[in-house]
Design a protein around this ligand. Structure first.
Ligand SMILES: [Zn+2]
Ligand SMILES: [Zn+2]
Length: 79
């Protein structure tokens, strides 16, 4: 069925793309995410986000970072 194939394809694409923390309309390939975020951070100097200690592609507002650090999925990898 073409419908199911199309649905599956859309699901895979959503799965592969990551959302830019500086602009939610930016959908970025994981391989480009780190580079994109660094560039986007410079384009949005008014948005102050902190980088996760455990994964440089995790950006959160300062108020949410403490909570994220407690449950970051990459924390265990470094322990
Ligand atoms: Zn962006
Ligand atoms: Zn993290």
């Amino acid at each position: 069925m073409n419908f199911n194939e199309a649905e599956g394809e859309r699901y895979r694409q959503n799965e592969e793309m990551m959302t830019c923390p500086f602009n939610k309309s930016h959908r970025v390939q994981p391989a480009r995410f780190a580079l994109h975020v660094v560039r986007c951070e410079k384009k949005h100097p008014h948005i102050k986000l902190e980088k996760c200690l455990y994964n440089s592609t995790h950006y959160f507002k300062k108020s949410k970072m403490a909570a994220h650090l407690l449950e970051c999925p990459d924390k265990k990898k470094n322990l």
